[in-house]
Design a protein around this ligand. Structure first.
Ligand SMILES: NC(=O)c1ccc[n+]([C@@H]2O[C@H](COP(=O)([O-])OP(=O)(O)OC[C@H]3O[C@@H](n4cnc5c(N)ncnc54)[C@H](O)[C@@H]3O)[C@@H](O)[C@H]2O)c1
Length: 265
């Protein structure tokens, strides 16, 4: 039996990037999928995965920052599949700006999508997980904010660190009701988000930024979205049955080096 056979999983931000990678891995492991994205391209992702894997998949255009849309899409998923088992709260945004010029509306955009979006998703889904008697939530935090940061990421870092706090509280609040809540702390993966950040960092040579990230990672590469999807699959599966409130770094060793010069090689 496959790792996620028959489980019903919501994946937010599934049209592209990490969310698409999570959806691919979940489909390979036999899950039934509910894919949400603000971008209508989410249906193309769903169609491609249906053809490649035969998975049962519904998709919806949902802005996770809009609570009513999230509640309606959650109910629609339960009406379709009969229950929910796993929630992958992945949708997020990142815009760079120097702190002293950071526009309030861009700060609030991060709060709306990255914090309230995850809040809305969890709040809409948890009653259905309670009804099922068990469930797993996996939240996409980041190494950024809680552990490290690059200049210009003030809003992003603040909101991603907040998700560690949300993970801890939901984990303790629902531990004795069989809902596990964990978060992932990814370094850099090559996705549309990171390609856009590279463009903003060095408009004349964004590829140099990507190569520079890879050079600084001990494993000498960025993550693939499916690398991250595998972690989401583990945390969503029964294999992770005693894990809750955990924050798991997945960064190819990027946050490991203590110095750039000391050591035997
Ligand atoms: N790529 C990285 O290196 C990296 C590192 C650490 C954490 N993360 C986190 O992983 C998650 C996915 O990142 P990514 O790199 O795939 O980003 P991405 O921008 O490449 O893809 C994000 C997807 O989310 C969707 N989305 C954005 N706002 C939305 C909203 N309001 N409602 C619904 N969908 C929305 C987008 O349309 C897009 O399809 C984010 O939470 C991000 O913070 C990414």
């Amino acid at each position: 039996m496959k790792k996620l056979e028959g489980k019903v999983a919501i994946i937010t931000g599934a049209a592209a990037g990490i969310g698409q990678g999570i959806a691919q891995v979940y489909a390979n492991y036999g899950a039934n999928l509910v894919l949400w994205d603000i971008n209508p391209q989410v249906e193309e992702t769903a169609q491609k995965l249906r053809q490649e894997t035969g998975a049962q998949i519904i998709s919806s255009v949902v802005d996770v920052a809009n609570k009513q849309e999230v509640l309606a899409a959650c109910q629609n998923a339960v009406d379709h599949f009969g229950r929910l088992d796993i929630i992958c709260a992945n949708a997020g945004v990142c815009r760079l700006a120097p702190f002293e010029e950071f526009p309030d509306e861009i700060r609030d955009f991060h709060i709306d999508v990255n914090i309230k979006g995850v809040w809305n998703t969890c709040q809409a889904a948890i009653p259905h997980l309670l009804a099922a008697g068990k469930g797993a939530i996996v939240i996409a935090s980041s190494v950024t904010g809680d552990l490290v940061a690059d200049a210009g990421e003030a809003a992003y870092a603040m909101t991603k660190a907040a998700l560690v706090g949300l993970t801890k509280c939901l984990a303790i609040e629902y531990a004795d009701r069989n809902i596990r809540v964990n978060c992932t702390q990814l370094g850099y993966a090559r996705t549309p988000m990171v390609e856009k950040m590279a463009q903003e960092s060095n408009p004349s040579n964004p590829e140099e930024v990507i190569q520079g990230i890879a050079a600084g990672v001990p494993m000498k590469r960025l993550a693939k979205p499916t690398d991250v999807g595998e972690l989401f699959a583990f945390l969503g599966s029964d294999e992770a049955s005693y894990l809750t409130g955990s924050q798991i770094v997945i960064d190819g060793g990027a946050t490991l080096p203590e110095t750039m010069t000391m050591g035997t090689h």
